[in-house]
Design a protein around this ligand. Structure first.
Ligand SMILES: Cc1ncc(C[n+]2csc(CCOP(=O)(O)OP(=O)(O)O)c2C)c(N)n1
Ligand SMILES: [Mg+2]
Length: 458
C-alpha cells in the first residue's frame, strides 16, 4: 500500500502541533537539567536532546484509544499522550503532587484508565512482551487498538527483545516497535554492539515487516509510523521501525560523553530535528516569526507555571512511604470465565483440527544429505527422520491433509525406520540402551587375544 493512500496529509494545525510538542519536550528537559544542577531532582535525568522528533513523531501517529509504553528518553511521547509538564516536573522532584505521589524520581508512571500509557520498565526489552500482551488483549476485546513501545540500540541485544518480538510476530499482534538507534548505549557505539548495519534487518528473522526512517525528520517519522500503525490496525501484524538519530548528551547527567568523537556531535548538530523543522515550516510558508513567537511564549508560560507548581509542592509525608506499596484492596482482580464448565473439566479444545499441514515439518531431502555427509547406508543421521517411500511420495504431492485427512501416512512405517532416540540421562533399564548395546556388540571388530605388550608392531 502506498504511503499517500494510507496516510492523510497532516493539517496545518497538526504541523504546528509537532513543533509545539518538540519544543515543549526540549525546553522542559532543559529545565530539568538546570533543576538537577540545583540538586532539586531526586532521580535521574536522561536527556533526549536531538531525539525529540522520534518521541513526538511516533506517538503523534497513535489514536487516543491506542496504547504506548515510553522508555526513559520518550518524555515527548508522554506530552503528546496528554501528560502535562507539571507531571514530569513533580515526578522528577519526587513531590507528593506527582503521579506516583513521590514514590519515584524518574518517569516510572503511567495511566491505564484515560491516556492508555503503561509505565516504563527499567529492564531493557521487557516492555516488548508486555505491550504485545496489551495488543493481544485489545484484539480479544475487539477494540481494534495498536500498542507501541520503544527500544534503544543497546536494548535490542536483550533476550526479552527476542522473546517478545517472536511472540508478537507469531501472534500477529497489532504492535509497533520503534527501535531508537541513537548510536550509543552508555559508551558503546552501535558498531561494537551488533555486526549489522541496520537494526531493522533483524525483523526478517521474525517474519515481520520493517522500515528505516531518518529520526531527525519529524514529518518522515510521523508518516512512516502512521502508515505502520494503520497497517497494523488492519491486521498486518507487528512492524519494526528503526529510527536513525543521535543521543546528543551523555547517558545521564553524570556522563560528559567524552568518548563520543567531536566530529560526530558536529555532524548531528547540523541535523538538529527542531532547527530542521523550523526551516521546513518557514520554507513551506506554514508560519511566520510572529506565529513562532506565540508558540514559544505559550511554551514558556506553561513551563513557568508548572515548574513553580512543582517547586512549591510538598514532599510526601513520611507516613505515606509504606502506603500503596502493596495492594490493600484497591484492586479487585477477578477472572471472567466465559467458557462453559464442560469445556474445561476435563480440558477440551473448542478448536477443530482443520489446519492444512504441508509436510508435517519434515526435512524432505534427508536421504540425500545423509549420503552427502558420508553416513553409512541405511543409517540416518541423528535427529533427522527417515521417511518411508509412501511418506516421501505424499510429501512431494501438493499438500498433505492433517491427522484427520485421508492422506495421513502410515506412521508405523516411519517409526520403524527412525533410529532409536537416545534420551538424555537414560538409565540401564531403558530399552533403547539395551538394544543399542546389542547392536554395538554385533558390530564390534574381533578382539585381540594377545595383551597389548605382546602384539606385533607394524
Ligand atoms: C536488561 C538490562 N540490562 C542493562 C540495563 C542497564 N542499562 C540501562 S540503560 C542502558 C543503555 C541502553 O542503551 P540503549 O538501549 O541504546 O538506549 P539509550 O540509552 O541509548 O536510549 C543500560 C545498559 C538495563 N536497564 N536493563
Ligand atoms: Mg542507544
Amino acid at each position: 500500500m502506498s504511503n499517500q493512500k494510507m496516510t492523510p496529509a497532516l493539517t496545518h494545525d497538526q504541523k504546528l502541533d509537532l513543533y509545539y510538542f518538540m519544543q515543549l519536550n526540549r525546553q522542559l528537559e532543559d529545565r530539568l537539567v538546570r533543576l538537577f544542577r540545583q540538586n532539586k531532582i531526586v532521580g535521574g535525568v536522561y536527556s533526549s536532546l536531538g531525539q525529540e522528533a522520534v518521541s513526538v513523531g511516533t506517538s503523534y501517529a497513535l489514536e487516543p484509544r491506542d496504547w504506548l509504553a515510553p522508555m526513559i528518553r520518550n518524555i515527548g511521547a508522554l506530552l503528546v499522550k496528554g501528560f502535562k509538564p507539571r507531571d514530569i516536573f513533580t515526578q522528577h522532584m519526587a513531590k507528593f503532587t506527582s503521579p506516583t505521589h513521590g514514590k519515584d524520581g524518574t518517569s516510572h508512571f503511567g495511566d491505564l484508565k484515560v491516556r492508555h500509557v503503561v509505565s516504563p520498565i527499567s529492564m531493557l526489552g521487557d516492555l516488548i512482551p508486555v505491550m504485545t500482551g496489551v495488543a493481544m488483549a485489545g484484539r480479544y476485546l475487539g477494540q481494534n487498538i495498536v500498542a507501541m513501545t520503544w527500544i534503544g540500540d543497546g536494548g535490542t541485544s536483550t533476550g526479552a527483545f527476542h522473546e517478545g518480538l517472536n511472540l508478537a510476530a507469531q501472534q500477529r499482534a497489532p504492535f509497533v516497535l520503534i527501535v531508537e538507534n541513537n548510536q550509543w548505549a552508555y559508551s558503546t557505539p552501535v558498531a561494537r554492539q551488533v555486526p549489522i548495519k541496520n537494526l531493522a534487518d533483524r525483523a526478517a528473522a521474525y517474519g515481520i515487516a520493517s522500515k528505516i526512517v531518518d529520526g531527525n525528520n519529524v514529518v518522515a517519522v510521523y508518516e512512516t509510523t502512521k502508515t505502520a500503525v494503520d497497517e497494523c490496525r488492519a491486521g498486518r501484524g507487528p512492524i519494526l521501525i528503526e529510527v536513525k538519530t543521535m543521543r546528543m548528551k551523555g547517558h545521564a547527567q553524570h556522563d560528559p560523553a567524552e568518548y563520543v568523537p567531536k566530529a560526530m556531535f558536529d555532524y548531528w548538530k547540523a541535523q538538529d530535528p527542531i532547527a530542521r523543522y523550523e526551516s521546513y515550516l518557514t520554507e513551506h510558508n506554514l508560519w511566520d516569526p510572529k506565529k513562532k513567537s506565540e508558540i514559544d511564549a505559550r511554551i514558556e508560560h506553561e513551563l513557568d507555571a508548572d515548574q513553580k507548581f512543582a517547586e512549591e509542592s510538598p514532599l510526601p509525608p513520611a507516613e505515606t512511604a509504606e502506603q500503596g506499596v502493596y495492594c490493600e484492596g484497591c484492586h479487585t482482580i477477578e477472572a471472567e470465565w466465559r467458557r462453559p464448565k464442560q469445556d474445561v473439566m476435563p480440558p477440551a479444545s473448542s478448536e477443530v483440527a482443520v489446519w492444512k499441514v504441508a509436510d508435517f515439518g519434515a526435512f524432505v531431502k534427508t536421504q540425500a544429505v545423509a549420503t552427502q555427509h558420508g553416513n553409512r547406508p541405511g543409517h540416518a543421521p541423528r535427529h533427522e527422520p527417515v521417511l518411508s517411500a509412501e511418506k516421501k511420495e505424499s510429501i512431494s504431492g501438493d499438500e498433505v491433509a492433517g491427522p484427520t485427512g485421508k492422506n495421513q501416512p502410515a506412521t508405523g512405517d516411519v517409526a520403524a525406520q527412525v533410529p532409536l532416540r537416545v534420551p538424555f540421562g537414560r538409565g540401564p533399564k531403558d530399552r533403547s540402551v539395551e538394544l543399542e548395546r546389542r547392536d554395538k556388540v554385533a558390530e564390534r571388530p574381533p578382539r585381540h587375544n594377545k595383551p597389548p605388550h605382546k602384539r606385533r608392531r607394524r
